[in-house]
Ligand binder design. Structure first.
Ligand code: SAM
Ligand code: SF4
Length: 365
């Protein structure tokens, strides 16, 4: 069976009468018509979260996916196995919603790290998390083979953090960063989204905080993915404005490391007054300097849909195929078919740009 079932709340996902998804039988890689090859799979393990960041989720009213709509552990592991052993995926990032809310995260990671790529190499694994509860989970995650962690932190001011995430949990996140550094997960990356009139004052303090701990801070330009009234192209904080702020406290020089498909442009920073502070800082200019031409990502949502891009307006559900008894070769062929049609770019600057129907928390950041 190859039809896509509609789910409540997310129009544009296919429904009865939707033509079967295209397939490329025998594909060994996820190539698109622009010659890009996907090597990096983002797996969303839940659409739920214990924070409510204003740029990502509404305060209330977001409908969670019903449990039966989410992939089971076995289904997620099966799709990851297909991606790695048949479709050339070499790195996997677990995200959400908040992936630490998935109790079986360690089991899924252990199953992933046991796989070998088409080149016979281990799969590289990473986790993007808000950090809540991370210290307690770290030993188990490391034992499962997790290599890298990105922790999200947009401000060091407790009141601002509480307003921004709608929860008073700043100390827990700071403890998570310290725990990850102490556990030797080098480099621990810290993701920060800067919003106009909200946390511009945090740019330099966040940089100092991370450099002081040997963590790599990465500023991400805010994208139009959260609640619709929270983003305006005209007043978003751009990568250039972030760099300008950083230059008030640091001498910046472009890092020598080749960027490849990595979204962050890396800078070597050294404190102007605080010269003991030095290290690299990344800036991800997804909106003002899109890197779509180098994109090597494919995405799997919590409910088993393939998305070719964060901003896709369509997606290809594999869930009903799995549940209908499809074999690995068929699932791989449909995944490859979906990626073949990947659009050249996210189109945020196009006059007809429309935000995707799903919020960031449901797509997987
Ligand atoms: N809950 C985890 C976390 O916060 O790290 C993982 C999921 S979250 C959607 C992944 C990343 O997306 C976070 O670093 C978050 O700051 C970022 N993010 C969420 N909404 C965003 C937006 N509208 N623009 C840019 N980044 C966003
Ligand atoms: Fe939750 Fe992460 Fe979204 Fe914040 S950014 S609401 S922590 S999913």
């Amino acid at each position: 069976m190859t039809t896509q079932l509609p789910l409540p709340g997310f129009p544009g996902r296919g429904g009865p009468g939707t033509p079967p998804p295209p397939r490329i039988d025998g594909a060994r890689e996820l190539v698109d018509t622009y010659g890009r090859v996907a090597r990096d799979l983002r797996v969303s393990l839940t659409d739920r979260c214990n924070l409510r960041c204003t740029y990502c989720m509404p305060a209330e009213g977001l409908e969670w996916l019903p449990t039966e709509a989410s992939l089971t552990d076995e289904e997620v592991i099966r799709l990851i196995t297909i991606a790695v052993t048949r479709l050339g995926i070499r790195q996997i990032r677990f995200t959400g919603g908040e992936p630490l809310l998935r109790k079986s995260l360690e089991k899924i990671i252990a199953a992933t790290t046991a796989l070998r790529t088409d080149e016979g190499q281990p799969v590289s694994t990473a986790l993007t998390t808000n950090g809540l509860g991370l210290p307690r989970r770290l030993p188990g995650l490391q034992e499962a083979g997790l290599e890298r962690v990105n922790i999200s932190l947009d401000t060091l001011d407790r009141e601002r953090y509480t307003r921004l995430t709608r929860r008073d949990r700043l100390p827990d996140v700071l403890a998570a960063i310290d725990a990850a550094v102490a556990a030797g997960m080098h480099p621990v990356k810290v993701n920060s989204v800067i919003m106009p009139g909200v946390n511009e004052a945090d740019i330099v303090p966040l940089a100092e905080y991370c450099l002081d701990r040997g963590a790599q801070l990465r500023f991400i330009e805010q994208m139009p993915l959260g609640p619709r009234d929270k983003w305006r192209r005209e007043d978003m904080v751009t990568a250039d404005q972030i760099l300008e702020q950083l230059r008030t406290a640091f001498v910046l020089s472009p890092a020598e490391e080749p960027r490849g498909a990595a979204p962050a442009a890396l800078w070597e920073a050294r404190g102007v007054d605080k010269q003991e502070l030095h290290g690299s800082i990344g800036v991800i200019a997804s909106v003002t300097r899109p890197f779509c031409g180098d994109c090597d990502r494919t995405r799997l949502t919590t409910d088993g849909a393939i998305r070719t891009c964060l901003f896709s307006r369509t997606e290809t559900s594999l869930r009903e195929l799995i549940r209908g008894g499809a074999g690995d070769a068929e699932l791989a062929a449909i995944w490859a078919g979906a990626m073949w049609g990947k659009l050249p770019g996210h189109g945020i600057d196009d006059p007809g740009f429309l935000q995707p129907d799903r919020p960031m928390s449901a797509i997987g950041g």
